[in-house]
Design a protein around this ligand. Structure first.
Ligand code: AMP
Ligand code: MG
Length: 411
């Protein structure tokens, strides 16, 4: 058999994303519950925020022309706490006003209470010259009526929920959650809790991938069916795939996608559909597979991740993450890379594009984890991101490198 040449990530990702059609269904959810969901329609403001010119200080509303010089004495004729509104203010008058309360008609500035002296007989002395518009927040300075404040395809974060609420929206229309079936393959796998560490049989290892994959899927807004561990048997694999395809948008697996004869995933997918992409020129994560499993009236996407934990972790972030975001209608699926300075040497260039686990240090540079083996999950815990290092590239201390932060990538 001819060994297929490795596909570059830059070639693979667009091919993959071309398959990631946005799920057609949408749903309305409470704005309270919309964190992490993806907007399915533009959000247009039906009012101004703030709705009225209002005071940004506790103090006195007045006419600036009355206070061209420090020392003006004004009569306090009204009191406007937040939640109420005042009446016409005339020359020589001041209104006691509190933060957020509307500026009364006739007033054009606010003076802080700290800049005033309260005199006998309901008067104040203003100890400063007051410029027009001082301490006034203008109506619409945050949001203008009719403006699109949030666009379709935006993944909502707490700040966006607050903004939606500020224009009166208790419900938001979002994309449905992708339904993802997850299973691990490998006869060596044992679940934590099933067998105590001291009783582990020879050759057995704990299933670690299941834990981080499930957590990452949930963070991406997916509804996860965890199908556990599937034995390294062709028929068993086919049966699970066929079943899972019926009610899911994506089947995600780990392990069993290499080229050993115990790797049954790829032939099983081929027997039920097609496999269109595999073997990427990245490190870790070479044995990645994409395909489709047929079901009555349609297809279910399939993605097979390598079994080695770090490979699984990195390929999820590089390939599965943008795919699942695109399925929810997110337009910007690429994670940000920032230029940072390497505080390490990486003298061995690799033919594959490498994703090195690194950590930001106090000096503003990056340190590298010494063991970059794809089985060493400690590297991902120690690190706070990766360096995206082009193929064939060495790194010398002081070089500028492309850094991806886990904080952002796992969000
Ligand atoms: P595979 O891709 O199935 O050839 O597995 C590659 C390596 O990853 C082997 O050493 C497996 O034991 C290990 N591995 C596979 N699946 C898991 C898993 N779910 N958790 C931890 N290690 C795994
Ligand atoms: Mg295996």
């Amino acid at each position: 058999m001819n060994r297929p040449s490795l596909l570059s990530l830059d070639d693979a990702l667009p091919q993959l994303l071309a398959q990631a059609h946005t799920l057609p269904e949408t749903q309305w959810v409470s704005t309270f519950d919309a964190d992490g969901r993806v907007l399915a329609q533009d959000v247009v403001a039906g009012l101004q925020v703030p709705p009225h010119d209002n005071s940004s200080m506790d103090g006195y509303a007045l006419r600036a022309l009355d206070c061209v010089q420090a020392g003006a004495v004004l009569r306090v004729t009204q009191r406007i706490p937040a939640g109420t509104h005042g009446t016409q203010l005339n020359s020589g008058e001041a209104a006691r006003i509190f933060t957020g309360a509307p500026i009364p008609p006739g007033a054009d500035a606010v003076v802080m209470q700290e800049d005033c002296e309260v005199l006998e007989g309901g008067q104040i002395k203003v100890n400063m010259a007051v410029p027009t518009a001082q301490w006034i927040r203008r109506s619409g300075e945050d949001v203008t009526r009719g403006a699109t404040v949030l666009s379709r395809g935006t993944r909502l974060t707490p700040a966006e929920l607050g903004l939606a609420a500020s224009i009166g929206l208790a419900q938001l229309q979002v994309s449905v959650r992708p339904r993802v079936a997850l299973f691990s393959t490998g006869d060596e796998l044992v679940m934590p809790g099933d067998v105590a560490p001291e009783a582990m049989p020879a050759g057995a290892i704990y299933n670690s991938n299941r834990f981080f994959l499930r957590a990452m899927l949930k963070r991406l807004g997916c509804e996860v069916s965890d199908l556990g561990i599937v034995p390294d048997k062709r028929e068993a694999t086919i049966a699970v795939l066929r079943d899972a395809a019926m009610h899911h948008d994506l089947i995600l697996t780990s392990g069993g996608v290499s080229v050993g004869e115990e790797d049954h995933i790829k032939p099983a997918v081929q027997s039920l559909g097609e496999l269109s992409l595999w073997q990427l020129s990245i490190k870790p994560g070479k044995p990645f597979a994409y395909g489709k499993v047929n079901r009555e009236g349609g297809v279910c996407h399939f993605m097979g991740l390598p079994g080695n934990p770090v490979s699984s972790f990195v390929t999820f972030l590089l390939l599965v993450r943008p795919f699942l975001l695109a399925m929810q209608g997110v337009t910007q699926t690429e994670v940000k890379r920032t230029q940072m300075t390497a505080h390490f040497d990486w003298p061995r260039a690799d033919k594959r594009r490498e994703f090195l686990r690194v950590k930001r240090n106090a000096a503003g540079g990056l340190d590298v984890f010494p063991n970059q083996s794809s089985g060493v999950l400690t590297s991902a815990v120690w690190g706070d991101g990766v360096v995206d290092n082009p193929s064939g590239q060495t790194i010398a201390r002081g070089d500028s490198v492309r850094f991806i932060s886990f904080e952002e990538w796992l969000a």
